[in-house]
Design a binder for this molecule. Structure first.
Ligand SMILES: [Cu+2]
Length: 131
């Protein structure tokens, strides 16, 4: 499987997951709502994410190309964040049932680990950045 095929498959998986969780409420460009409009990839924060560790974000590893965008949708009742361990991105607080702004993933290729910055939350995810 070549790299493009792999990316298409992973994006398809992400989009299918988003649809399974109730879909993207911000698909209408005339009514972007509070979520900041569409993104290349959407990551779900799962229900009861606080203690979910490496399963708190779905997919646990989101794959994007340099310059593509990610939006985190919080499907839990509690507020969470997606905060890069090394500081390259930070959604800030995402209330329960809300979405983050659209975050552009720039810089080098590689894997960026991220976490939720709310005290006491055990939540870990990864963004894999491809050329
Ligand atoms: Cu959290």
């Amino acid at each position: 499987m070549n790299q493009t095929t792999r990316l298409v498959l992973s994006l398809t998986a992400v989009l299918g997951l988003a649809a399974g969780c109730g879909g993207d409420n911000n698909k209408n460009p005339m009514n972007p709502g509070g979520g900041g409009g569409p993104a290349d990839v959407t990551v779900s924060i799962v229900s009861n994410a606080m203690n979910a560790g490496a399963n708190a974000y779905s997919p646990d590893t989101a794959t994007v190309q340099v310059g593509q965008t990610i939006k985190w949708t919080n499907n839990d009742a509690m507020t969470h964040t997606a905060t890069a361990d090394a500081g390259s991105f930070n959604t800030g607080s995402i209330g329960g049932g809300s979405s983050s702004s659209v975050i552009t993933i720039s810089g080098a290729t590689g894997v960026r680990a991220y976490h939720c910055s709310v005290a006491g939350h055990n939540m870990q995810g990864w963004v894999k950045v491809t050329p």
